[in-house]
Design a protein around this ligand. Structure first.
Ligand SMILES: NC(=O)c1ccc[n+]([C@@H]2O[C@H](COP(=O)([O-])OP(=O)(O)OC[C@H]3O[C@@H](n4cnc5c(N)ncnc54)[C@H](OP(=O)(O)O)[C@@H]3O)[C@@H](O)[C@H]2O)c1
Length: 431
């Protein structure tokens, strides 16, 4: 059969936001034939057969077990949209690859935590394993690094990779509301899951930046090496004070390569108000990629949602149909560089430190003295009475300094009698 006539039989496991979005897309686009062949969904799997779906699945073969769908002779391409780093998603993807079937997935947890072993399986079978939708939803970050930038040496990627956190931080600032209030609203609006831990704890962004680091630097993904801090501790007070200093707080995920190794980090960080990352509000995602030859590239777009994510899954199905096979990451699985993590104590950052102190004379002198003893050099200093803050906030920004020195200074300042709580440390993003 020539490519032009071929029917690509697709099995879809997971019929939630993304899976239903994909079936809707294929129903709306019967002309979707990027390589000449037609895409036909032949089988589906989900947890509950009787659940009402936004698309009609009555004509499709139902599989209770996604592994059976993955290995069915009626499946040419297996699409995994269940989610989760282990369990049925992993079992089905492994089964499909071992059976020599191309796999498309949107599952960042699976790729970040088991990417190297799955890449080895895919490459041994000579089939693609594609995951464009896993990072930034419909905004093409994966293909950009895996394909378009493979001729460059990328030294850093940094951005906003979790729309839920970005929405919450944006709403806290615009509405002057506390974290808990905005989270509850985000859950009502469907921007946040009923269990929001993966998002607000920074774990979802860490999965995504782990994948981008592997694609950018040609190393195996190493989720365990990611340094992860979420937004739960971000206070409205810091959002306001940061703004007075000319910054906006964003959950920034970054991966940097240096001669010391690779650093993969997720932290609430300050971005200058005029910077594009500071201006990417609401549920948007945004990413900078820095290549030695190409220079800086910036992309911004929707990072989630049924339509955008399904479009990215469809683009991967199109790639399977065209038959181009590339290594899953930047290099073949057996040739990926080892992931050497930078020693965290050697990292250097500019920082924002906020203290809450008693309103009494001599406090500023004591704080300044402690900082000088620790060897922290101050860039700017702000003392501002804020209503209902429970004390007087003092805010300072530092010049770039080893994080071990900053932590030592925080520990010392916490012990000063006039300091009411542990000083708050936020990094100023290197972007
Ligand atoms: N939502 C987004 O905007 C977005 C964006 C980018 C990437 N992703 C990724 O895409 C994947 C799917 O996300 P989603 O938002 O579509 O999730 P979802 O709405 O929760 O849907 C998950 C689907 O998996 C099915 N499922 C659960 N356990 C199963 C099992 N044991 N066997 C078979 N099916 C099972 C569920 O079945 P029932 O429907 O019967 O319960 C449901 O249809 C995840 O990896 C996610 O990280 C999502």
């Amino acid at each position: 059969m020539s490519t032009a006539q071929k029917q690509w039989k697709v099995g879809v496991a997971g019929l939630g936001t993304v899976g239903s979005g994909l079936l809707k897309f294929l129903a709306e686009r019967p002309d979707f034939a990027p390589a000449g062949g037609r895409v036909v969904v032949t089988g589906v799997s989900a947890r509950s057969r009787s659940r009402a779906r936004p698309v009609d699945i009555s004509a499709l073969t139902w599989f209770d077990d996604p592994v059976a769908l993955a290995t069915s002779p009626e499946t040419d391409v297996f699409v995994e949209l269940i989610g989760g780093s282990d369990g049925p998603a992993k079992a089905a993807v492994e089964a499909a690859l071992k059976a020599g079937k191309p796999v498309v997935t949107a599952n960042k947890a699976l790729i970040a935590e088991h990417g190297a072993e799955l890449a080895a399986l895919a490459e041994a079978a000579g089939v693609p394993l594609l995951f464009e939708a896993a990072v930034m939803g419909g905004t093409p970050a994966v293909k950009m690094l895996r394909e378009a930038m493979v001729g460059d040496d990328v030294d850093s990627v940094a951005g906003i990779l979790n729309g839920t956190c970005n929405f919450i931080l944006s709403e806290m600032e615009s509405g002057g509301r506390a974290f808990g209030d905005v989270l509850a609203e985000a859950q009502r609006l469907g921007y946040a899951e009923s269990d929001p831990t993966m998002d607000i704890g920074g774990f979802d962004a860490a999965h995504k930046i782990t994948i981008l680091a592997a694609l950018a630097f040609g190393c195996a993904p190493n989720y365990a090496a990611a340094e992860i801090e979420g937004i739960e501790q971000v206070e409205l007070l810091d959002i306001k004070l940061a703004k007075d200093l000319g910054y906006r707080i964003k959950l920034v995920a970054s991966a940097d390569r240096s001669p010391d190794g690779v650093a993969v980090r997720v932290h609430p960080s300050l971005a200058p108000l005029s910077h594009p990352l500071a201006q990417a509000g609401g549920a948007l995602n945004a990413l900078f990629i820095e290549g030695r030859r190409i220079g800086r590239i910036y992309i911004q777009g929707p990072g989630a949602g049924s339509g955008p994510t399904a479009a990215a899954v469809a683009a991967d199905i199109a790639d399977v149909m065209t038959g181009a096979i590339r290594p899953v990451f930047q290099a073949p699985a057996g040739k990926l560089k080892p992931f050497v993590a930078v020693d965290p104590s050697r990292r250097v950052s500019k920082a924002y430190i906020r203290l809450l102190v008693k309103d009494q004379p001599g406090v500023i002198a004591a704080v300044s003295e402690t900082l000088a003893e620790s060897g922290v050099s101050i860039d700017s200093f702000l003392q501002k009475p804020v209503e209902d803050a429970g004390g007087v906030p003092i805010v300072l920004t530092t010049h770039a300094i080893a994080e071990s020195v900053l932590i030592d200074a925080i520990n010392r300042m916490e012990k000063l009698p006039a300091v009411l709580e542990r000083p708050r440390l936020l990094r100023i993003a290197r972007i």
